[in-house]
Design a protein around this ligand. Structure first.
Ligand SMILES: [Mg+2]
Length: 198
């Protein structure tokens, strides 16, 4: 099987870190469970300038390297690889975050996964003037059987694959979203993902 895995809030607890950064930078207290929108400027009530600084801070190497692993992520992914599956990490992080992102994977036992930076969220909702390592046209040439993703904003990248099974990693900001079709399954954790695909 070919498997797409998103990075932030699938492999690691990015939003929990952003919740702490918002307290440090702006004295905004939004606990993880209250992050209701994938758009962090909305969830944390940040203006454009604050949001830009917030995203820059969250993408500094020492911050990226400090993210906690989501329990069971590397264990499950390494089992997939041992079982002959091919795993690609497709992140919306900009290419400027590639090196620390790669380092984090290596340090968490994920040396054998490929990492691609794809512009999933558009220029306006991310760090401005970013580069990405995977062009959209090349992404659309890739094929996947399964995807693990937490963001409803990335679902459009699955529309061209009618047989793709999408495992939606349960997060507070995706609890109210309507799944596009019956191929989508909500998964509470990596144990439940592992039960669906081994
Ligand atoms: Mg994500």
């Amino acid at each position: 099987m070919k498997i797409y895995v998103d990075y932030d809030d699938c492999l690691c607890e990015t939003a929990r870190s952003f919740s702490e950064i918002a307290v440090e930078m702006f004295d905004k207290h939004v606990p993880y469970e209250q992050i209701k929108y994938f758009e962090l400027n909305k969830s944390f009530d940040l203006d454009d300038d604050q949001y830009e600084r917030f995203m820059k801070r969250g993408h500094e190497p020492e911050v990226l390297l400090s993210y906690e692993e989501t329990p069971g992520a590397s264990k499950t992914i390494n089992e997939w690889i041992s079982n002959g599956h091919e795993v690609s990490i497709i992140t919306g992080r900009p290419f400027s975050a590639y090196e620390p992102s790669r380092q984090w994977l290596d340090e968490h036992g994920l040396k054998d996964v490929k990492l691609y930076c794809l512009n999933k969220y558009g220029r306006d909702s991310f760090i401005k003037n970013s580069d990405f390592s995977l062009e959209l046209e090349d992404y659309y040439k890739m094929e996947f059987d399964f995807a693990v993703e937490d963001s409803y904003k990335a679902f459009k990248f699955f529309e061209h694959l009618p047989d793709l099974k999408v495992l939606v990693f349960d997060r507070p900001w995706n609890r109210e979203c309507v799944f596009p079709n019956g191929n989508y399954t909500r998964c509470m954790d990596w144990d439940s993902i592992r039960k669906i695909l081994l």
